[in-house]
Design a binder for this molecule. Structure first.
Ligand SMILES: [Zn+2]
Length: 402
């Protein structure tokens, strides 16, 4: 049955390509292969029950097939929300909120969650890794968020995912399996706030930073960025748009992956455009790179904001087909558009160029400009509620050729 479906999907894809002809594209990898709102395979919670006919023509290319049944004695939690949640959606989800919520979640679900610090930011904040599931599992999935300061809505999003996963760990069923069995097989590793200093600057301005030396450096960034024409904002608004770490390095342009081309246009610290003096010069970059190197992951999902797009490729990508497949599935779920990202020096690029076969995608949530207001959370939540579930299914089943 699966074979027939694959063949049909392939035929439909090929005929679609023929219909489209050789229209010029901005870049060779950009493609939109899923029209939001048309997939019947849009994810868990879709009614139909086991054995329902699926209209394969409406399934995104390479989409995984979700078994709509759940094991006896489990609840179909996908239509549910966590009752009386610990993780709220305030106007600004701060570092302190995160620390508080991690502690409360650990108390509420001590058996299913482990927390550790993977390093310290330059202003002395811990960078936390939250693990859910069997730490000795066969499969591991890494989900970092807020590697850019002003993108703190992604911290709130993954913290909600963490609580949701923990809440239904023991009782939930999905894709014909018990969630607890899925967590025996696959461990999720979240890094909810990879750039805690940058988040604090974006939320509280200079008051968000404790070190006098770092504060002075941030003022110099403003002078440099004004002089170079990179901003015309007031200092206050400029700080709200802060994307870098407290030393004015854009962490997602600081990884050792095509760093020369990806390091950004500024030659000195900036709120956004400086990739650092050399690759992995920053504490936060090193922390994430070491976390990645310490084990083999089946998938990496990087949360950024905004744009409702998914970056999944770059030149020299060693895991192109696997990344495309992963991106297709996240796209089918979220309705976000697939895009090519060419420059390098980001964490996704690092994983795709120097990992050991781990596919990676960058998922940009929200619309407008960053920081994305918390009023968008209900929409972002609806789109991303199940991404961790899909990632676990992907980790267990792997990439299959269409
Ligand atoms: Zn970003």
């Amino acid at each position: 049955m699966i074979r027939n479906k694959n063949k049909l999907t392939k035929i439909l894809t090929v005929s679609l390509m023929i219909t489209m002809g050789a229209s010029p594209m901005v870049n060779p990898y950009a493609e939109v292969i899923y029209a939001p709102g048309t997939s019947v395979n849009a994810g868990p919670g879709v009614s139909g029950g086991s054995g329902a006919e699926t209209d394969w023509s409406k399934v995104a290319q390479g989409a995984m097939v979700i078994d709509q049944s759940i094991p006896e004695g489990t609840v179909n939690f996908t239509a549910m929300e966590v009752p009386d949640p610990i993780v709220k959606v305030p106007d600004m989800y701060t570092y302190d909120f995160m620390v508080h919520d991690i502690e409360e979640l650990r108390k509420a679900y001590p058996e299913h969650m482990t927390v550790r610090s993977i390093g310290q930011s330059h202003d002395g904040r811990e960078i936390y890794e939250v693990m859910i599931g069997n730490r000795n599992a066969r499969n591991h999935v890494l989900i970092p968020a807020a590697i850019h300061g002003r993108e703190y809505i992604t911290t709130n999003l993954v913290m909600k995912q963490i609580e949701y996963a923990l809440c239904y760990y023991d009782t939930g069923g999905w894709d014909g399996k018990r969630i607890s069995d899925m967590f025996e097989e696959t461990c999720l590793h979240f890094v909810p706030m990879a750039d805690p200093d940058g988040v604090s600057i974006s939320q509280f301005g200079l008051e968000g930073i404790r070190s006098e030396e770092l504060k002075k450096g941030i003022e110099e960034c403003y002078a440099n960025d004004v002089a170079a024409g990179r901003t015309s904002d007031t200092f206050e608004n400029y700080l709200k748009r802060w994307k870098a770490n407290a030393r004015g390095v854009n962490l997602n342009q600081n990884f050792n992956a095509n760093w020369e081309t990806g390091k950004g246009s500024a030659t000195a610290p900036s709120y956004s455009y400086y990739g650092g003096p050399y690759p992995e010069s920053e504490n936060e970059t090193k922390a994430l790179a070491s976390l990645f190197k310490c084990r083999s992951y089946k998938a990496v999902i990087n949360y950024h904001s905004m744009g409702e797009v998914i970056y999944w490729d770059l030149d020299g990508n060693k895991v192109r087909e696997k990344s495309r497949f992963l991106a297709n599935n996240v796209s089918a779920l979220t309705g976000y558009t697939l895009l090519y990202s060419g420059e390098g020096a980001g964490f996704k690029d690092y994983v795709q160029l120097f990992g050991t076969g781990t596919p990676a995608v960058t998922v940009e949530v929200g619309k407008g400009t960053a920081p994305v207001p918390s009023s968008q959370m209900s929409e972002i939540w609806a789109e991303n509620k199940f991404v961790w579930l899909y990632a676990m299914k992907y980790a267990a089943e792997g990439y299959y050729q269409y």
